[in-house]
Design a protein around this ligand. Sequence first.
Ligand code: DGY
Length: 331
Amino acid sequence: MSVKPKVFVTRRIPDAGLKLIQEATAAEVWTDQLPPPAAVLRQKVADCDGLVSLLTDTIDAGFLDKAPRLKVISNFAVGFNNIDVNACTERGVCVGNTPGVLTDATADMAFALLIAAARRIVEGHQYTLAGKWKTWEPLGHLGQDLAGRTLGVVGMGRIGYALAKRCRGGWDMQVLYHDVYRNEKAEQEFGAKHVDLDTLLRDSDFVSLHTDLNEKTRGLINAEQLRKMKKSAVLINTARGPLVDSKALAAALRDGTIFAAGLDVTDPEPIAAGDPLLKLPNVVIAPHIASATVETRDQMAEICARNLIAGLRGEPLPAWVNPAVGNKRRR
Ligand code: DGY
């Protein structure tokens, strides 16, 4: 009987994937609610062939150098900014992610945050809970209209496209987008216009971020960019917290530079207890739950398992972040 490859799974993931992993490998699963501390993770992975990581696990060169047997890292997320992919490629370690399956869930979340922030729904809910609802107020709780307005999508990939489709189809919005690549499908289907970032910020009523986090996009939306936006504008971020300078955002929300924000991601995560954003009525903050639907997480778990198993078998990963690893690949 051949020995099963040794794998560490940094958190319990849905059974749809976990069962596949447990059948094919000798897997240890970290079952705490919080991630394993960095030192513990290093020690656990030291003699592993495979790793299932989350976006809360930092994988860098130093980590990889302590894991000489590691062949594959399967990240339970579409984003992989927690992993130094170049360092993995140089060392022959395959990296997998979970694209595609969370597109609709994430676009739905962006859509939900957009309405919630524009129409002040959470603020209204808190007002109701606090017993402040005394009468119907002609001048109370005024938000922003959605129909016929302009959506600006920063990063017109799968998720940006799915949000734009909703906004165009549901509210007949004009769509502007900023991206290094043209998205001809979005241009043809709903007349999305490719513009520079300044134009997008200046002309959009709703600005939604869907770009990767990397050294070029970190702090992309800072005080200067916020000042270019309309006073009635709403900023939505379901991508990564550090795309936005959160101190500048808090100041812009406080002094009326922009109208509101809806965030599913913050910097840091979780948001610090004393963060100024927590004191503002015009921001809605969710705890990074855009992909959190039963069906989506099941599908993520399954792709994650298939990436891991393919990596261990020396096969192509179904969702392979670094096929450039080529012949260097550890077997
Ligand atoms: C991702 O997959 O990158 C999300 O941020 C979490 O689902």
